[in-house]
Design a binder for this molecule. Structure first.
Ligand code: GRF
Length: 196
């Protein structure tokens, strides 16, 4: 691809927006072959949406419960001439229309080594608590393609990190987050390469 990929980031209600901000920075600093052109949030008052606004990235507010959500989201993504959709803290299943219009170009990041510790209800501290409870020697982050089911699409990039003695969900989450920030721009680059 000769031009830079246009990336839309879909955030959720709970996240801080750190992956979104990292993708914005990666584009601006030339670490990623694309630029974040739109951030879509479910509510006006989310931390991630505010962070995007402060970074000067256009935002849209689209509540997934809206009966016209699929059509509105499609329209917003089309208007922004989106090439890649990145989910970052997005909590609901994506309308299938989006997966059809952006085939193999919708990515998600998960704070564990999929296929372990994924699926419905596995987000945030729940994931890290499950990793600790299972006595895993390591954890990490995964970027994968999005399908109609939670956390099941093809894995694009994974980075591993150790689980340290005495780790809590918080200390493990911080170590995993550093992995997330390294691999998400890398995964976008991989998808851009595949479609060039
Ligand atoms: C990240 O841990 C990501 O793996 C998960 O949701 C969290 C979002 O964090 N899908 P942030 O809002 O990007 O800081």
């Amino acid at each position: 691809m000769s031009t830079r990929a246009r990336v839309a980031v879909l955030v959720g209600t709970r996240g801080r927006g750190s992956n979104m901000a990292n993708l914005v920075a990666a584009g601006r600093e030339g670490r990623m072959a694309g630029d974040v052109v739109l951030v879509v949030a479910p509510r006006e008052d989310t931390t991630a949406r505010r962070a995007a606004e402060e970074l000067g990235v256009p935002t849209a507010v689209l509540p997934p419960r809206d009966p016209d959500y699929a059509a509105r989201l499609t329209e917003a993504l089309r208007e922004a001439r989106t090439f890649i959709v990145c989910l970052a803290g997005y909590m609901t299943l994506l309308p299938v229309e989006i997966l059809h219009e952006w085939p193999d170009r919708v990515l998600n990041i998960h704070p564990a080594l999929l296929p372990r510790h994924g699926g419905k209800g596995m987000y945030g501290h729940h994931v890290h608590e499950a990793v600790l409870a299972a006595g895993e020697p390591e954890s990490g982050a995964t970027v994968h393609l999005v399908t109609e089911r939670y956390d099941e699409g093809a894995i694009l990039v994974q980075e591993r990190c150790p689980v340290e003695p005495g780790d809590t969900a918080e200390t493990l989450a911080a170590r995993v987050l550093a992995c997330e920030h390294r691999i998400y721009p890398e995964a976008v680059n991989l998808v851009v390469d595949r479609h060039s």
